[in-house]
Structure formats: structure tokens, C-alpha cells
Design a protein around this ligand. Structure first.
Ligand code: SAM
Ligand code: SF4
Length: 355
């Protein structure tokens, strides 16, 4: 008998995790995601020539969608409710920068009331969290992950295009105070940019008793300057950290977890390595993504998206949407093809897809 309350794909994987992008806009310009000048996009390749190009050109950023094309909170709530009846139990709100959506706490409050949703988390660059944190906690947010690629204010600005390290550090303290735990902090490590900070970032994690994730750079940047040579393999990060810290592996009962984790022998901090490029975990992937403009993506690297907004706006019933979602999940890709000759970078960038 077919179980109507689960979302299996055609490779035996069962979907549990839905990442909802609330906006394709962002107040940062991270050079691995949305670099805004050619100089920023290219400085890790040494290509930018300040003599011949004295004025850095503005790079074309992906055009933000008009407001009418962005899902309303009511539409997001309805879709999440349907997905939860099909077995999704974990929602992560992301973007772009999710805290740029006005009154985002009202969405958190709506989602929190959905029976069957066990985990409601968010990923944010933290810039606006000092203003929003308390309201999010009161609305029922369970957990938050912040991005912090450097502990050096100058390097932080070079990477994100903005001054913001002080706000991230303040946000980490506030999130801890608000018990939005386990508190995770993510860093994308790029050779020649912030790989010299790997040990310092881990030391920060140990001192602050954080769960710190080192992420490999993926080909999802808007400038399409990704090169495999500047990816720092997870193995290399781990080997370096093992030389410096006494690390014990954390055994997880969840095979779909993206990070391999190690805890520090002292204190409650831990590090995680997310290595989608050099050690893909596609075989256990249980994630789906809903873009801000209402498209379902079955893989970060999907070349095809499935429009769910149009049928929702044209009056399709919940049953029809549920049936569509089942059909979409059956088309989930077996794996990504990064590094292979046939790899094609998706048309949309991480900031539009929702990381
Ligand atoms: N703006 C929020 C933030 O930065 O935390 C949420 C959205 S961001 C797209 C989600 C995550 O994707 C962040 O942790 C970011 O570092 C990561 N990310 C963005 N572009 C990436 C890339 N090209 N490779 C690997 N991770 C990337
Ligand atoms: Fe914005 Fe997050 Fe992309 Fe940085 S990684 S540009 S903060 S969406």
C-alpha cells in the first residue's frame, strides 16, 4: 500500500527537510555568492588588473524579482502546511537574507502553529539579528545559524563587501542568551582568502562553545568565477585542525546530516565539515527547496525548477498541490555533477536558490 504521508523519491530517499527562501535580496555581497565588483569576484584569481582597469566595474547582479512574484506569508504557510502533511518535519528559513523580509517574525509565528512541524530554524548573515532576535524567539523560532567567514574585520569586509563583524559577534551572544540552540556558525573556506583563519575560527568555536561549520566553496556564485583550485577540501581542513586540537568524532544517528562532526575534547564546542564538492552526500539527501518566487528545487544544482506558485494562485486545492509535490519529488536528481565534464552551473545563484 502506498503511504500518502511520506515523500519518497525514485532512489528510495524520503524527504524531511524543506528550505524556504524568503527573498532573493541581500544586504551583503559575499564574493562566493553575490560579488558586486569585478575586483571582488576576481581578486582570488589575481586577474583584476588595477592598472588597466583603474575603476572596478560593477558586476551585473541577478535582478531581484518584483514583489508581486514573491510568495506572501500566507502562501508560504499554506505550502509548508501541505508539505508537513507529507512528512516534512524540518523547515529552515533562508534567502538571500531572510531578515530583510518585513515582519518576518509573523511568518515564524504562523509556521510554529503547524502541527507536525518539529524543527523551525533560520540561516542569516546576522546583520539585523540584534534588532530582530527577541521577536523571533518569542514567535517560536527554535534555532539559528549565522554566517561568519572571518574574525578579522578587514577580511570580513573583503569577503562580504560590508562592515558587519561586530554585529555577527553581538548576534552570537544574543542567540545564546535567547537559547536559540544548538547555535551554528558557518564559514565558506576559500583558498587564498580565509584559509589562513581555519585554526582561529576553530579556536573561537572552542572558546565560545559553538558548533562551527567549515563549508567547501560550491559553484553557485553570481560571477561564475568558481574554480576547483580554490576549493579547500574538507579533508585538508580536518587534517589541519587535528594537528592543532584534540578532536573526537561525533557519531550521528542521522545519515542525512550534511556535516561530519568532531567535538573538542574540552568544552562543549564542536566543528563540522561540509564537503559537498569533494565528498558528496547526495545518496542520503532528504532536502527540498522552495524559492522566494515559488519554485521547487529538488537539488541545489537542479537545472530545472517546478512552478508551484502559479497553481496555488490559480485556485488548485491542497490535494492537487500535494499530488504535484509527490510527482516533483519523484524527479529528484540522483546526485550532482560538480567537477565532471558535463557539469553545468545552474542559472540561479545561491542567493536566489536559498542555501
Ligand atoms: N544570507 C544568509 C547567510 O548568508 O547566512 C542565508 C542565505 S546564504 C545563501 C546560506 C548559506 O549559503 C550561507 O552559510 C553561505 O555562506 C552559504 N553559501 C553561499 N554561497 C555559497 C557558495 N558558493 N558555496 C558554499 N556555500 C555558500
Ligand atoms: Fe547574502 Fe548570504 Fe549570499 Fe552572503 S551568502 S551574499 S549574506 S545571501
Amino acid at each position: 500500500m502506498i503511504d500518502r504521508h511520506v515523500l519518497p523519491d525514485s532512489f528510495g530517499r524520503v524527504m524531511r527537510d524543506l528550505r524556504v527562501s524568503l527573498t532573493d535580496r541581500c544586504n551583503f555581497r559575499c564574493l562566493y555568492c553575490l560579488p558586486e565588483t569585478e575586483e571582488a569576484a576576481n581578486f582570488y584569481r589575481g586577474k583584476f588588473d588595477a592598472v588597466n582597469n583603474p575603476k572596478p566595474r560593477k558586476l551585473a547582479l541577478p535582478a531581484a524579482k518584483p514583489r508581486s512574484e514573491i510568495l506572501s506569508y500566507e502562501e508560504i504557510e499554506r505550502f509548508v502546511r501541505i508539505a508537513v502533511t507529507l512528512g516534512i518535519d524540518k523547515i529552515r528559513l533562508t534567502g538571500g537574507e531572510p531578515l530583510l523580509r518585513q515582519n518576518v517574525e509573523s511568518l515564524v509565528q504562523k509556521l510554529r502553529r503547524i502541527p507536525g512541524l518539529t524543527d523551525l530554524a533560520m540561516t542569516s548573515n546576522a546583520l539585523l539579528f540584534p534588532k530582530k532576535g527577541r521577536a523571533l524567539k518569542e514567535a517560536g523560532l527554535n534555532r539559528i545559524s549565522f554566517s561568519m567567514d572571518s574574525l578579522d574585520p578587514m577580511n570580513f569586509k573583503k569577503i562580504t563587501g560590508r562592515d558587519g563583524l561586530a554585529e555577527v559577534l553581538e548576534s552570537i551572544q544574543l542567540a545564546r542568551e535567547l537559547e536559540l540552540t544548538p547555535l551554528k556558525v558557518n564559514a565558506v573556506i576559500i583558498r587564498g582568502i580565509n584559509d589562513h583563519e581555519i585554526e582561529d575560527l576553530a579556536q573561537f568555536a572552542q572558546r565560545e562553545q559553538l558548533s562551527f561549520r567549515f563549508i567547501e566553496f560550491m559553484p553557485l556564485d553570481s560571477s561564475r568565477t568558481w574554480l576547483k583550485e580554490i576549493v579547500v577540501p574538507g579533508r585538508e581542513i580536518l587534517d589541519r585542525l587535528k594537528k592543532r586540537f584534540d578532536l573526537k568524532p561525533v557519531l550521528s544517528s542521522n545519515p542525512s546530516e550534511t556535516a561530519r562532526r568532531w567535538r573538542f575534547n574540552q568544552g562543549s564546542g564542536e566543528i563540522g565539515i561540509i564537503a559537498p564538492v569533494t565528498e558528496p552526500f547526495c545518496g542520503h539527501c532528504n532536502r527540498l527547496r522552495l524559492t522566494a518566487d515559488g519554485k521547487i528545487r529538488t537539488c541545489l544544482f537542479s537545472l530545472h525548477e517546478h512552478d508551484i506558485k502559479t497553481p496555488m494562485r490559480n485556485g488548485a486545492s491542497d490535494e492537487v498541490i500535494a499530488e504535484m509535490l509527490r510527482g516533483i519529488v519523484l524527479q529528484k536528481e540522483s546526485r550532482h555533477h560538480i567537477g565532471e565534464p558535463e557539469f553545468v552551473q545552474p542559472g540561479r545563484t545561491m542567493s536566489c536558490i536559498g542555501g
